[in-house]
Structures are given as C-alpha cells and as structure tokens.
Design a binder for this molecule. Structure first.
Ligand code: NAD
Length: 260
C-alpha cells in the first residue's frame, strides 16, 4: 500500500469502524472519519489519529440515514484530499423486535443507514476511483448477511442487501483497478452488541455470563467474540495489493457461525 492514499470510513468514532480507521492509519492512509455528531471530541479524535500515525485525518459529520449527506461526505473527502482510494461502508445500527411489532421508523432507519447509505457513497465514489484507476470498497455486512435470526428482520434484510450490492458493484467495476467485497463478522464486543446483552439480561432476568454463553454466542461455534482488530485486519488485507483479484465476495470472521 502506497503512503498518502486516503480512506473514508463511515461510522468510525466507535467499535469496528474506529479499529478499521486506526489500522488504515497505521498502514499510512490519510483518514476521513465520520459519524452523525459534530462534537469537539469527534474532531479531537481525528487530530489524535493524525498525530499518532503521522497522516492527515479529517472528521466529517454526516448522517448516513440521509442520502444527500452520504454523497456530501464523499465529495468533501475528494475536495480535501484531491482523490481517495478506500471506502469502508461501516455505519450501522440494530433494533430487535418481532416483525408484527417492529416499529416502522426503526425499519426505515436500519435500511437507510445499514444499506442505502452504501449505495449513495458508492455511487459518489466510483467516478473518483475510476479517475484514479484504483479503488477498494469494503462493505461491513454481517453473518446476518448470510444467515437469519429471529427478531432481526430489518438488520438481516439490510445485511443481505449489502452483500448483493457488493456483488453488483464488483461486476460494474471489474477490470478497472477497483474491487468491492463484504466482510461478514459474527459477534464482536462493541457498544452495538453490549446494548443487546444488557437488553437480554433485563428481558430474561439472567446474568451477563449466561446471556453471552447461551444467547449471544449460541450460534458462534468458537464461543469467542471476534475482535475489532481482527475485523480491521481483514479490511486492511482487502485494501492491499495482494487482494487485487478478490472482488464480489464475502469474507466471514465469525468463529464458524456460517459453516453450519
Ligand atoms: P458501534 O455502535 O460501536 O459503532 C457504530 C458506528 O456507526 C458509530 O461510530 C456510530 O456513531 C456510527 N453511526 C450510527 N448511526 C450513524 C449515522 N446515522 N450516521 C453516521 N454514523 C452513524 O457498532 P459496531 O458494532 O462497531 O458496528 C459497526 C458495523 O459492524 C455495523 O455496520 C454493524 O452492523 C456491523 N457488525 C457488527 C457486529 C458486532 O457484533 N458488533 C457484527 C456484525 C456486523
């Protein structure tokens, strides 16, 4: 990977996105960090990563539930850095409820943030990547992009959708120096999963250990969480020259979940 390439990571103030940004920063990429807030700590995070890795880093507030904001994020990155080379569509949320009582606004929000935002950023990014003759698009899907679970209709639909979007993007960019793939993590201990653990503890009146073993990691044969660094390392590999012929596929990091 050449120094002074630039990477955009959506939803990168926390969890998996932050670990990906840190890993790409360590590999010499300039960074465009993103979330929907615009707090001093968001900009301070960009400054601290820039100092730590000796790269340029910019925080851009953009709400991925809005298509115009998603496209503007890409435009802002291109304006600031002239071009960019990596787009990681990572921003995502979760809501758990049976279909018949699933709140419509939560359905719309999950589809918008977890799926439609990647359509908008990809559409805005492709002309810039084609001009550069190089691009790596990595979509953070999920084991739920390949398998279903009860009460996660919107999330499963969005994640299956982003796997399909990744394949179509790969076909439309094949032979142009651009690849697009989806990474499918199993359970990773981040704020998104911690909320589910806390909700299950309350709902089932169980201690944390039991909830993690019997409910959260039930489908993950390793019985271990994947780590944010393992996801980040997989993304960094997909961004490397070694991965130039890997496109339109999924890479699972799920402790064996989808082998079942
Ligand atoms: P997280 O809650 O720790 O981080 C989500 C990030 O997205 C945060 O930076 C948050 O600020 C940002 N975000 C949320 N709404 C946004 C919006 N409207 N606009 C812009 N940014 C927004 O979650 P995480 O676990 O790190 O999840 C990251 C991605 O990985 C998601 O797409 C999630 O579905 C996926 N994933 C997570 C797991 C897991 O077990 N944690 C497993 C499979 C896939």
């Amino acid at each position: 990977m050449t120094a002074q390439r630039t990477a955009i990571v959506t939803g990168s103030t926390s969890g998996i996105g932050l670990a990906i940004a840190r890993r790409l920063g360590a590999a010499g990429f300039n960074l465009v960090l993103n979330s929907y807030t615009d707090a001093a700590e968001d900009h301070a995070l960009a400054e601290s990563l820039a100092a730590e890795f000796g790269v340029e880093a910019l925080y851009v507030s953009a709400d991925m539930s809005r298509g115009d904001a998603a496209r503007q994020l890409v435009a802002t990155a291109a304006e600031k850095f002239g071009a960019f080379h990596v787009l990681v569509n990572n921003a995502g949320i979760q809501h758990v409820a049976p279909i018949e009582s699933f709140p419509v606004e939560q359905w719309d929000r999950i589809i918008a943030i977890n799926l439609t935002s990647a359509f908008h950023t990809t559409a805005a990014a492709l002309p810039i990547m084609r001009k550069a003759g190089f691009g790596r698009i990595v979509n953070i899907a999920s084991a739920h992009g390949l398998r279903a679970s009860i009460n996660k209709s919107a999330y499963v639909a969005a994640k299956h959708g982003i796997v399909g979007l990744s394949k179509t993007t790969a076909l439309e960019t094949a032979g142009q120096g651009i690849t697009c793939n989806a990474v499918c993590p199993g359970f990773v201990l981040t704020p998104l999963v911690e909320t589910q653990i806390q909700d299950l503890m309350a709902e089932k009146n169980l201690d944390r250990e039991t909830v993690v073993a019997d409910h959260v990691l039930r489908k993950q044969p390793s019985k271990e969480f994947a780590t944010v660094d393992q996801i980040a390392g997989t993304v960094a590999f997909l961004c490397s020259d070694d991965a130039a012929q890997i496109t339109g596929t999924t890479i699972s990091v799920d402790g064996g979940w989808t082998a079942q």
